[in-house]
Design a binder for this molecule. Structure first.
Ligand code: AFP
Length: 335
């Protein structure tokens, strides 16, 4: 059977699910940008792209050179095509305005250009996460696009995905009707469909959390993780294994591939922040993908996709993956 490339998959989506042509173009452009980022990441020390800048992003984190480069690649690839009304990135303080010389389109693109960038210098997987929203009607307004246009709950996403730059470069994508996985064929330069109809098993024996934060957790998380660690002799009656890559892309990719539970809870290190991960750039797109693969995602008390964002760089606690475990840890929070 002939191979299904990303382009062919998108054309078939237009025929079967009326995927609009400009959304199809948008995904193709993002995929092309991810190929360029993958190429830069793979050069490592030879490309002079490792190490940090002297700048901090809006989150107060020191930017890696590749954070900045990946951000520029995504902006440049997406600004001219006429498919976007604006962009927002984890690496930029404010919404990015489409330059006046280009036409504007119907969609908003939101991204974390290089997730897990602390992994870059040690040659461990990193990735790009993106989310696509429709731009609300602006009633004849011609001025700059404000932050409020982006503040839509995750249920409004029309597409989401991530690229993972690991031993293989892969693109995982949802257009709201399941999740597909494409592997980059470097000889052809195309993403090829290799993982059809991805499903997260409902039960699991694997979890992912940064255990070094244990002393800062809230009681429901402490209780739940103690039960996981108690294994067969504890209340859950089975042994669990643990993995933590410290790049959400890689941890979620493992869960999509073989099941599991990912947790980044709220903790007492920065009590004013409701978690570490970003709602718009990380939690929403990943939750959309996980739900589309049959899993679940909450912040402990609420489905993540239902949260009404109040700011672009808002943070959130995240519990996502196999349904049974997400429901259990959510129930502990309700208790
Ligand atoms: P960056 O996008 O700033 O590299 O952050 C990565 C991340 O937010 C997320 O991908 C990981 O799950 C998390 O950090 C790991 O953080 P810890 O170092 O706190 O475990």
């Amino acid at each position: 059977m002939s191979r299904v490339t990303l382009s062919r998959y998108l054309i078939e989506q237009t025929r079967s699910h009326n995927t609009p042509a400009d959304l199809r173009f948008l995904i193709e452009v993002v995929a092309r940008a991810c190929k360029a980022i993958s190429h830069q990441v793979s050069k490592g020390a030879l490309g002079g792209v490792l190490g940090s800048m002297e700048t901090e992003n809006v989150q107060g984190e020191v930017q890696k050179k590749l954070d900045v480069l990946s951000n520029e690649i995504l902006l440049e690839a997406n600004e001219w095509g006429g498919h976007l009304a604006g962009m927002a990135s984890e690496e930029m303080d404010n919404a990015y305005q489409i330059p006046g010389r280009y036409p504007k389109g119907a969609y908003l693109l939101v991204f974390d250009p290089l997730d897990g960038s602390s992994n870059i210098d040690v040659n461990v997987s990193v990735g790009t996460i993106f989310s696509v929203l429709r731009c609300p009607e602006r009633n004849g307004e011609n001025g700059d696009l404000g932050e409020d246009a982006f503040l839509q709950p995750g249920t409004r996403q029309v597409a989401a995905g991530y690229a993972i730059y690991g031993p293989q470069t892969m693109l995982m994508l949802t257009l709201g009707n399941g999740v597909k996985g494409f592997t980059l064929d470097r000889e052809l330069g195309s993403f090829v469909l290799t993982h059809d109809n991805i499903k997260v098993p409902e039960t699991t024996q694997e979890f992912a959390i940064n255990m070094s934060n244990q002393r800062h957790w809230e009681p429901p998380v402490t209780r739940y993780v103690e039960e996981l660690l108690a294994g067969k002799t504890g209340p859950l009656g089975k042994d669990y294994n643990m993995r933590w890559v410290a790049a959400m892309v890689a941890d979620v990719h493992r869960i999509l591939t073989r099941g599991g539970l990912f947790m980044y809870p709220r903790d007492s290190r920065e009590p004013e922040k409701p978690g570490k991960l970003r709602l718009m750039y990380e939690a929403n797109p990943m939750s959309f993908i996980i739900e589309q693969a049959g899993g679940a995602s909450t912040n402990g008390v609420q489905r993540i996709l239902d949260i009404q964002p109040t700011s672009l760089h808002q943070r959130v606690a995240v519990f996502l993956g196999s349904k049974e475990e997400v429901e259990r840890v959510t129930a502990y929070h309700q208790n």
